[in-house]
Design a protein around this ligand. Structure first.
Ligand SMILES: Nc1ncnc2c1ncn2[C@@H]1O[C@H](COP(=O)(O)OP(=O)(O)OP(=O)(O)O)[C@@H](O)[C@H]1O
Ligand SMILES: N[C@@H](CCO)C(=O)O
Length: 852
């Protein structure tokens, strides 16, 4: 997919508005514009970040054009780095046009930062919401007033949330790690995304008769310098003075007929303006002498942001107001220019290939979209008559399915714009959570063709606007099948077949059947499973039925056969971004061990026959992974995955119901991935541990013997502990285990293997999962230690360790892994039983249509 061309527009802003120091801001219709073109024929490879920047407008002589020093690109590189992207695509040309005067109190830095974050968001196709992008902005400009107004537009109030001590620490990392200086060591560059929800923002209404006169003195005051003159603490009367005015001001500016004197008084301040007067000659006289009496039409006057610009809010007499202020500054030998500005109601916007509104939108985004249709006004109390809700592209799903998701939106037709947007938002998020749509767009349209019934409410004497809501949806591939043949030197041949229907009943219910078949010793088995998942009323909650049937021939290593049949019924909660899933359920299984050979262990003989197992199961998955290939999700390169499973079980022998035991089993898996140097090196740290606590059995004193042979933990073999044969670390299994290790993957040096360079034409194949990054070849070195025992603390000297080096090929239709391993037992048991070091390999070939 080509990214070019796209553009971003970010408004100037005025912060504080008198008493709202670091709290209030307004977006102003003077726009920083960033145009981006990605044209690989225009070579940019001599730039370390692959891009060229051109700048025109205010400060053109001084603004650096070095990507690592320019505020816009430094900011873009920060958000890209946090999302594992270190460079712009080859051939990136960035053209910045900036009419916002620098360092004058009109939010030039806020606009540059918001623009940079939106640029990085688009280049990385991160699809972040405006609220999430503001978290990134807040790590750079640490007061929210300018950036919130620039991002969201209009008249905005904000506060910073109280964060946990860890989040506070993460938020306050030194600025030079976020926007590195030339002296910042590379390893100090910040790569962690910021904490979530640092700030809270609210857009107020604004009386549109009130315009902004900005009088701009011809000298700069750096925000840092202007903050340095402020005191550390204030007296109670000064704080109360500001709070009282703040409470009045936000509403006074919305009144239908502005009360000039009230606004003038409410815009006074004792927190910052008096102290900044030392940096701005004439400020005290300007603030005291320009009043609604001296200048009719003036509503209020204050210092804009950190100064030196003066912001006058006025309904008329703009020229006179500007002249009066300028004449006072002239007496101090300060020249000025001035501008008449309106509010920028839309905030920061993107055009061209910018992330589609439909992919990520917030209420404010949607409002922005609505106002583009001029008949639909912005005011959230505007009455709306909802004439219809249409879903385009959802034909394969039933009407009942949509009714459920679009409730309560469709149950009412009499709304205010604010209420309508809240309900549209709720339906949108339900549609997202069903997990069956690739894209969901939503738009509101005036529908004057429809008749408004006479009983529809009228608010503030305003007539309702007939409006229809259109959801534009595109389903994922609803029927997928996959088949893989895997061969390794442990398990021989293994066949995996899977079929999944994601729209059972035309209700976005999922039905999945699969078999795993291995006809070869020592692991002959046929495992079949079927799964059904239904979305409940709120699709964050899923109802799950998961059934299985297995037949295993363990004669070769345990001298027995085993079959089991059972299933689980459960309820799962999945959060919207799928980084958190919690499953609780009840499972019932019948297990039979038969054809037990004479040589089988006593432990195994004890569990001969039929056993019934009843469990309460609980599983928690926390994950946030970035993968090389977004579609097939193969090879995580960054992030973490934590898996915790618990079960409380009882095993009861069928023949002898008195023979039963209960146990509690927990195991946790932790995985961390981190890549360095443009993904040349990826480290994977993994840790697993488990524990079974048994209550004892009526028949056997030995605690391990109370735990059914199939419930125990085992280690060994290709997938669990390389360098050992299957389940060989402790052939009887154990009630405790741990495994811990680190693998370092490295790209092959380019003189051995050098995949073709990404160009504009194959950026597309990279995106669709077929590009060269999707077919990575990696060298790896790994080391792991672990053990399984009845009681690890008592047997702490025992354990196993292995280390290996190898080559891995990772693709969505073929994988191979060839490694050389050296394995040892340590502690009391130095035997070589179960050790299988030397060369090991696994090849897997297959196909799936899941990425279509
Ligand atoms: N478009 C831009 N490109 C590159 N750098 C910029 C851009 N806009 C602002 N800057 C940087 O930000 C600095 C100005 O930031 P500063 O916070 O001091 O003032 P301001 O944002 O204009 O005013 P205020 O924060 O009071 O509204 C400039 O000197 C420049 O270094
Ligand atoms: N609230 C900030 C705005 C300028 O960035 C200040 O007055 O310092």
């Amino acid at each position: 997919m080509s990214l070019n061309p796209f553009s971003i527009k970010v408004p100037a802003s005025s912060a504080n508005i008198g008493p709202g120091f670091d709290v209030l801001g307004i977006g102003l219709n003077l726009y920083l514009e960033i145009k981006v073109e990605v044209d690989p024929t225009k070579d940019t490879s001599d730039d370390p970040y692959n891009a060229k920047i051109k700048y025109e407008g205010d400060g053109a002589e001084n603004v650096p054009l070095d990507l690592g020093k320019n505020l816009v690109t430094q900011t873009a590189l920060y958000i890209m780095r946090c999302n594992n992207i270190n460079k712009f695509p080859p051939g990136t040309h960035i053209h910045v046009t900036n009419p916002i005067p620098l360092g004058r109190g009109l939010g030039s830095s806020g606009a540059a930062i918001v623009g940079g974050i939106m640029l990085g968001n688009e280049i990385g196709q991160l699809k972040l919401s405006k609220e999430r992008m503001l978290d990134y902005c807040l790590l750079i400009e640490r007061h929210p007033d300018n950036i919130a107004a620039a991002m969201l537009g209009g008249f905005v109030g904000s506060y910073l949330n109280e964060l946990s001590p860890q989040e506070t620490q993460d938020k306050n990392v030194p600025l030079e790690t976020i926007l590195p200086k030339s002296t910042t060591p590379k390893e100090k560059y910040e790569t962690r995304p910021p904490p979530e929800k640092i700030g809270q923002y609210l857009q107020y209404n604004w009386n549109k008769q009130i315009k902004c006169v900005a009088i701009i003195p011809k000298f700069e005051v750096k925000t840092d310098d202007s903050r340095a003159v402020l005191p550390e603490s204030y007296t109670r009367p000064d704080i109360i003075f500001n709070l009282q005015r703040l409470a009045i001001l936000t509403t006074a500016l919305t009144h239908e007929t502005p009360n000039n004197k009230l606004i003038y008084e409410a815009m006074k301040d004792k927190i910052h303006q008096p102290y900044r007067a030392t940096l701005i000659p004439g400020l005290v006289e300007v603030l005291n002498c320009v009043t609604p009496d001296s200048n009719p039409g003036l509503c209020g006057i204050c210092l804009s942001g950190a100064g030196p610009t003066i912001l006058c809010l006025a309904t008329e007499g703009f020229d006179d107001i500007a002249k009066t202020v300028i004449s006072i500054f002239n007496k101090e030998n300060v020249e000025c220019s001035w501008k008449l500005l309106d509010l920028a109601y839309d905030g920061a916007t993107g055009q061209g290939k910018m992330t589609k509104l439909s992919d990520t939108f917030s209420v404010s985004d949607l409002q922005t979209k609505i106002v583009t249709e001029d008949i639909l006004e912005r005011s959230s109390s505007r009455p709306i008559y909802l004439s219809s809700v249409e879903v385009v592209g959802g034909e394969t799903f039933s009407t009942d399915f949509f009714k459920k998701l679009l409730s309560p939106l469709v149950e009412n037709s009499d709304y205010t714009l604010g209420e309508l947007i809240t309900n549209v938002n709720s339906s949108y998020s339900k549609l997202v959570k069903t997990d069956v749509f690739k894209n969901i767009g939503v738009s509101l349209h005036s529908d004057y063709a429809s008749k408004i019934p006479s009983d529809v409410k009228v608010y503030n004497n305003e007539k309702s606007i007939p409006t229809k809501v259109i959801f534009d949806v595109q389903a994922i591939n609803l029927n997928t099948g996959e088949g893989f043949f895997t061969f390794n030197n442990d398990d021989n041949l293994n066949v995996n077949l899977n079929y999944l229907n994601n729209n059972f009943n035309e209700n976005a219910e999922l039905v999945n059947f699969g078999v795993n078949y291995n006809p070869y010793k020592p692991n002959e088995h046929l495992i079949s499973n079927g799964k059904f998942i239904a979305n409940l009323n709120n699709p964050s909650f899923k109802f799950i039925i998961d059934l299985f049937n297995t037949n295993q021939n363990n004669q070769a290593w345990q001298q027995n056969m085993e079959k089991s049949t059972g299933g689980l019924i459960g309820l799962q909660y999945v959060n919207t971004n799928k980084s958190f899933a919690l499953l609780n359920g009840v499972s019932l299984a019948k297990r039979t061990i038969y054809d037990i050979g004479d040589g089988a262990s006593d432990d195994l003989k004890f569990f001969g026959g039929d056993y019934l197992k009843l469990s309460f199961v609980n599983q928690l998955v926390l994950s946030n992974l970035t993968t090389l290939n977004k579609i097939t999700n193969n090879f995580p390169i960054f992030g973490y995955k934590v898996l915790l499973s618990n079960e409380i079980s009882s095993n009861q022998e069928h023949e002898n119901p008195n023979n039963q035991s209960a146990f509690l089993k927990s195991n946790i898996g932790l995985n961390f991935f981190k890549s360095f140097w443009d993904n040349k090196i990826t480290t994977h740290f993994f840790n697993e541990a488990g524990l079974i606590y048994s209550t004892g059995s009526s028949k056997n004193e030995n605690s391990l013997s109370n735990i059914h042979i199939s419930d125990r933990f085992y280690l060994g073999g290709f997938n669990s502990f390389r360098g050992f044969t299957r389940n060989s670390v402790n052939t009887n299994g154990g009630s405790q285990f741990y495994k811990s290790g680190l693998t370092v993957f490295a790209k092959l040096p380019s003189f051995i293997y050098s995949p073709h360079k990404i160009s504009a034409t194959n950026v597309a194949s990279l995106e669709d999962g077929l590009g060269y990054e999707a077919n990575p070849l990696r060298l790896y070195a790994t080391g792991l230690v672990g053990n399984v025992a009845e009681n690890l603390l008592l047997e702490k000297n025992n354990g196993v360790a292995s280390a290996g080096v190898g080559l891995k090929y990772i693709n969505h239709w073929a994988n191979f892994d060839l490694g050389y391993f050296i394995s040892r037992r340590f502690g009391n048991d130095l035997s070589s039983s179960g050790i299988k070091d030397g060369f090991q390999f696994e090849v897997s070939i297959g196909g799936s249509n899941s990425s279509l």
